[in-house]
Ligand binder design. Structure first.
Ligand SMILES: Cc1cc2nc3c(=O)[nH]c(=O)nc-3n(C[C@H](O)[C@H](O)[C@H](O)COP(=O)(O)O)c2cc1C
Ligand code: SF4
Length: 419
């Protein structure tokens, strides 16, 4: 059976893991000491680049490259943003880090600040995690008291402050360009790209936005080195990864594996366990906005390249297992309803397309199946949405409907048998 490799979660073990004492006793903040006293900011970026770390928020963009885009000679402020919105359905791995080892995340943010020359970092915390806020606040206070935050950190001349900003519970606010709008106190309408956030980000200044888990990897890479990190995983998928698994499994939760050390099927059947007699309907391998896989598509390595081969993505690392106690029609209706509800309403294809599809699907669900007219109408709507929405949320609505119509057409259109 595939074994967990708990590199990040090592810091989350134990009832007091959230305290600075526990974190320091496991080597916490040694990376910061090393970075401030022995490395130049460019060395930090170079080390992160060499490690092969890719963003854990969904888009898997190389972190070192992202940081290297931040202009060095920018005369004004620069910012670090920690994306703790974690809104992708099925995703709860950042919560594990924030609750159990907040210092690992804070240290990663400070290191990011040092690397890009920022003096301020903002954690954008999802509203539903309000209950974790006291722990994060306490961790920040502890870090200030120990001299890891504030002025002249560890007598290096480097200043860095961290603020926590509570979101208001919108899925779109997790999209980096919307996160920045929300942080500025506005509605989280996505911004047009380019310019990239590395050039024009928070308050118009260069900003490095990273996911919680991405930041949590940084102290490990700096303290143990890029060579150590990059020998884990595969050439395209380095390091370990946190996966949240939920749905029709016996042991839902957060697990950490070396990337490529197991297949999706092994994760579901051997690690999380499937109750006897359960027949799997499908699996979202990387959150609701990843392409669903059918039961015969699960023998795929859990890597970026593995999931890409079957037309899907590792996404946010959220594996949602669906069994046949539900129906493809219900899952499709519920998914589209979610995206439609969360549409910010800025552009017509997403705002109206999602709503229209929800109504078609809701009436089909009451009837029990999709008619031929429903199918052709849904295809027409997806055709009108494809590539025409302003941001990836609109693409998700279209993609989910298109993939379901492709993979589950027979059962979506099958009339229920009268008993
Ligand atoms: C609709 C939408 C929602 C998103 N929600 C989140 C989120 O909750 N947390 C997150 O880290 N990234 C989220 N992202 C991805 C971010 O835009 C961005 O790629 C990420 O925060 C960058 O960090 P990384 O490079 O460390 O992954 C979302 C993207 C989209 C399109
Ligand atoms: S695609 Fe949807 S969420 Fe994105 S800008 Fe348009 S309406 Fe808003």
């Amino acid at each position: 059976m595939a074994k967990e490799r708990r590199e990040l979660l090592y810091f989350a073990d134990g009832p007091e893991s959230h305290t600075i004492e526990a974190y320091e006793s496991k080597g916490g903040y040694t990376a910061l000491r090393k970075a401030l006293l022995e490395m130049d900011p460019d060395d930090i970026i170079e080390e992160i680049k060499r490690s092969g770390l890719k963003g854990r928020g969904g888009a898997a963009f190389p972190t070192g490259r992202k940081w290297s885009f931040i202009p060095k000679d920018h005369p004004g402020p620069k910012y670090v943003v920690d994306n703790a919105d974690e809104g992708e359905p099925g995703t709860f791995k950042d919560r594990e880090l924030l609750y159990k080892t907040p210092h690992l995340v804070l240290e990663g943010m400070i290191l990011a600040g040092r690397a890009i020359g920022a003096r301020e970092g903002y954690m954008y915390l999802r509203y539903e995690y309000l209950w974790i806020f006291p722990r994060i606040k306490r961790a920040i206070q502890e870090a200030y008291r120990r001299g890891y935050l504030g002025k002249n950190i560890l007598k290096s001349g480097f200043d860095f402050d961290i603020y926590v900003y509570l979101g208001a519970g919108a899925y779109i606010a997790g999209y980096a360009v919307s996160t920045l709008e929300s942080l500025e106190g506005k509605r989280p309408y996505p911004r047009l790209k380019p310019p990239r956030t590395s050039q024009v980000g928070l308050y118009g200044s260069p900003t490095a936005v990273n996911n919680v888990e991405t930041h949590a990897n940084v102290p490990l890479i700096i303290s143990k080195g890029a060579d150590w990190y990059s020998q884990m995983g595969t050439p395209e998928s380095r390091g370990t990864r946190l996966f949240s698994i939920s749905g029709a499994v016996e042991r839902p939760g957060v697990y950490e594996f070396e990337l490529g050390s197991l297949t999706l099927r092994e994760f579901i059947y051997e690690v999380a366990g499937v109750p006897k007699g359960t027949e799997i309907l499908g699996v979202f391998p990387g959150g609701l906005s990843s392409e669903i896989l059918t039961p015969d598509e699960l023998d795929v390595p859990m890597t970026h390249e593995g999931l890409k081969r079957v037309g899907s993505t590792l996404g946010s690392g959220a594996v949602i297992v669906l069994d046949r106690s539900t129906s493809a029609l219900k899952i499709l209706r519920r998914s589209i309803e979610f995206f439609s509800y969360e549409s910010c309403g800025k552009c017509t294809p997403c705002r109206d397309g999602g709503n229209w599809m929800t109504r078609v699907l809701a009436s089909a669900e009451r009837r029990g199946y999709l008619t031929a007219e429903d199918v052709s109408l849904l295809k027409e709507i997806t055709g009108m949405m494809r590539g025409k929405s302003f941001c990836p949320l609109g693409d998700s609505v279209e993609m989910v409907a298109r993939v379901f119509l492709n993979k589950y057409k027979d059962e979506l259109t099958q009339k229920p048998v009268a008993v």
